[in-house]
Design a binder for this molecule. Sequence first.
Ligand SMILES: Nc1ncnc2c1ncn2[C@@H]1O[C@H](COP(=O)(O)OP(=O)(O)OP(=O)(O)O)[C@@H](O)[C@H]1O
Length: 306
Amino acid sequence: MRFLTDEEDIVATALRTWHLSKTYHGRAALSAMNLTVPSDVVFGYLGPNGAGKTTTIRLLAGLLRPSSGRAEIGGYDVVRDRERAQRQIGYLPGDFAAYPRLTAAAYLDHLGYLRGGPDRARIRSLADRLDLDLNVRIGAMSHGNRQKVGIVQAFMHAPALLVLDEPTAGLDPLIQRQFLELVREARERGQTVFLSSHNLYEVEAVADMVGILVRGRLAVVEEVDKLKAQAVRRIDLTFAGVPPDAALRGVAAVQQLTVTGHTAHLVVEGHTAELLRIAAPYGVEQIVTHEPDLEEVFLSYYDAQE
Ligand SMILES: Nc1ncnc2c1ncn2[C@@H]1O[C@H](COP(=O)(O)OP(=O)(O)OP(=O)(O)O)[C@@H](O)[C@H]1O
């Protein structure tokens, strides 16, 4: 075994916060958040309206000063080393607004020059995928199309960390799907993505880890696979004869059981190994497992804090 050097540790951690807090007029919008996001993951940042997601993101992007605590991006403090921290980030605000008089092409070109030269082939390919006409003035665009310009500017270069605040709000489902592809490709290229969202399904589809923020407090940080393992799961077992409902009810993980004909419909929480061991001797002919749904897990965290 070998310990990481300081340099490697910085590379392995995309962002870290220590007691990061923000108070507005005596009311806490974010309370003492301790969070570590490793590199090369998609981190889904979930929470109901007003939970403090945008506040967190603006603190990370160096656009707000913390009331107390601190944060580092790629090892750089977002206050003391603001410019270097900001250079690690590609940031897409929730309400993306740019120069209304410029066409998207002119705006993206201009940004590209600020970042060392535009990659026009990349810009065109992103615009094609998102069905964005680059020749329209940004001021004349719909909200959704302006949002697409924001997505192109965030993805046209390859910062270590992409910080995206509700990026798919206002996009139609086909474009949302393209966006999720871009997020996956970014992770494959080794970028880390911090994605705030209301949309559980979007986060479930793309995130490796999630944090759930409720009233300015992190209620949980967990790998999506682990949350799924905790999640309630629906399983239908079809038997050769009448289902052995007393034996099935005796399994600790079984929460609910209904029987129709030869099929037992079960709601199971946690691991299913014991259930399958108990059921097998009764002649199981078919097993249908429904993908666990994270919604109930999330709602249980939301409710617990109400
Ligand atoms: N500039 C401000 N002045 C005073 N209060 C603010 C300010 N910005 C945010 N807040 C408050 O801080 C809390 C968190 O707001 P924030 O915008 O971070 O939440 P959010 O999770 O992004 O919400 P949403 O999902 O609705 O966008 C809210 O109660 C909000 O009213």
